[in-house]
Design a protein around this ligand. Sequence first.
Ligand code: DX5
Ligand code: ZN
Length: 216
Amino acid sequence: MPSLLACDFGHLEPEVHAVEVTGVPGLHLDVMDGQFVPNISIGVPIVEAVRRITDLPLDVHLMISDPAKYIEAFRKAGADSMTIHIEAVPDPRPVLDKIRSLGALAGLAINPPTPLSAIEACLPHCDLILVMSVMPGFGGQKFEDIALDKLRELSNRSDVDALLEVDGGVGLETVGPCAEAGAELFVAGTAIFKTGDYPATIEQLRSNAQSMTGAH
Ligand code: DX5
Ligand code: ZN
């Protein structure tokens, strides 16, 4: 799933259409507040704008300190899934439940240094678990292998039904190991938008993931 963070925002509509035609399962939108992460990116108006130019599911990754305050606005703007961070909210369960009650998929993200035990009590409240393979805040960072251990552990558990998503440094070399470890959704920013031929790159990413598992 392409992360728009790495796209050319000056040509948002053609960028979205260029990846849409390849049959990607959705678009990943990175929201940053300059507080939870040391960077500022997009907000509600851009999610609204993307909603107007595509029918693809919008996967909104909230790297913000107080997500509860904004989930209604992002849902209204067109978010189909919203992912909050365990490191931002001491008890994310009510926020996850609220996301579900708004009719969106509820996601919980976990940073590389945070152990899986931190999200244990939240698992029944999640439709999606976003395993971060970099520290959030910036695109183009190096994939951290700790994510593979977490994906493996989560995918081996029979009591975890949530979709497993991986984000950060996912590219031609790392997508296969992620698929093998049990990831079902793969977020890629730099690996797609910093190449000249998006369809060819997406096809190659897909085939590298499939060759490990038969996944899509
Ligand atoms: C990082 C973001 C990612 C980012 C990934 O804070 O959550 O979604 O766009 O970018 P790449 O694929 O370049 O690591
Ligand atoms: Zn992200």
